[in-house]
Write a protein that binds this ligand. Sequence first.
Ligand SMILES: Nc1nc2c(ncn2[C@@H]2O[C@H](COP(=O)(O)OP(=O)(O)OP(=O)(O)O)[C@@H](O)[C@H]2O)c(=O)[nH]1
Ligand SMILES: [Mg+2]
Length: 451
Amino acid sequence: MGQEKDKKFLDAMESDIMNADIPETEKNKLMKNFLHLKEQKINLMITGATGCGKSSTINALFNTEVAKVGVGVDPETMDIARYDLDNLVLWDSPGLGDGKEADNRHAKNIIKKLNERDENGNLLIDLVLVILDGSTRDLGTSYELINSVIVPNLGEDKEGRILVAINQADVAMKGRYWNYDENKPEPPLVKFLEEKVVSVQKRIKEGTGIDVTPIYYSAGFKEEGMEQCRPYNLSKLLYYIIKFTPKEKRLSFVENVNRNEEMWKDNDELKDYRKGILEEFGETVSDCAMKGADIGGDIGGIFGSAGEAAGRAIGGVVGAAVGVAKEVGKHIPIVRHFCGGGGGCYITTATCEEYGKPDDCYELTSFRSFRDNWLINQPDGKELIDRYYKTAPAVVELINKQPDRADIYRHLNDTYLSQCLKYIEQGENEKCKDLYVNMMEFLYEEQTKWQ
Ligand SMILES: Nc1nc2c(ncn2[C@@H]2O[C@H](COP(=O)(O)OP(=O)(O)OP(=O)(O)O)[C@@H](O)[C@H]2O)c(=O)[nH]1
Ligand SMILES: [Mg+2]
């Protein structure tokens, strides 16, 4: 469905590299790195007791309704089921609690899968997500699964390969203290869930010696004839999944995250998970795509900045869904300012579109309004505007050729433009004009360095 559209973002990054103004050899290295990143497979195992919500979680997190959600009493997922979403491979495995014989079979299957190696000899499963049913007091079989089956088979980096998540937070107290209107827990339920987190952590530490940081969430649920109930803390869950996934593999999430914005809305606000997700992707691009390429270690010249690159990758996917597009926007206001020419639009409209910046965004509208309603009416206003349109495009073109163009733009933004915007907001038009003139003077002086 949305697949073609999603691909666009990785393709856009590819064409950024193609069009970058850097030596051919560096371009090739970069492209090689990028194509390598694009090909990486992620193998995510999702396990937990019958009915804990494995299928619901998969369906909430990812693009398509791949995993069948149980409606009857029989465990729907008898053995390990595999779902291929391009380069994201999900292994949905039953946990324990189906009777002795079935438990033994499940445990054997899980152990085998955890020890399986890929064609390069690395462990196949990158991360095991163990889901606990938060609505039950009896987590005995889940501890058995974690402590005796999973942890002993995680290999060397045990703590980096397991994530424990407590689902069904909404019904942890049988539905009490869940605020259905706002889709979030009330303080007594928060306290209850936090205690649960601590006790799960303690039981695993006692049983295995390893430290895990469980999180609680709700995958949301859908019943016949009822409206879909929104998940809670799904962004948080995705943030941790991405954080625990090896950096060079993360791009494979880009195309497969659920595009339904509603799913990502409600979270505890302990951290800005959307921004966190963005930063994690940023690391992938800055650390992995640039590997071995000698272009001053600055990806700004190609993508604008790490944030932009990540934003571009996820801008239309997680961005639309998780809302990071707005965050990315904050990193690149300069692009908007120079797009604000109205006729003299320099960094192309296409670039703005790529970053998801509408032509009528707040900053652009503010600057245009300042120019057309106030500046033009000042004694020297028209002259200033004319001068800007005569010189700005050439200056921008020069800046774009600099290897440290991202730093230059950042400096312009931090020192001048963001302050100008503040002045406009405060009605201090005169101050805005002065600062703007200072910026132009700075540019005239600097440009000799760039030629
Ligand atoms: N209230 C509530 N119900 C949930 C939540 N997550 C899942 N459910 C419900 O729990 C039931 C089991 O969910 P599944 O996703 O099928 O669980 P599963 O772990 O895949 O189950 P098996 O494949 O049978 O082992 C379904 O009726 C879901 O609608 C949640 O966060 N809150
Ligand atoms: Mg299932």
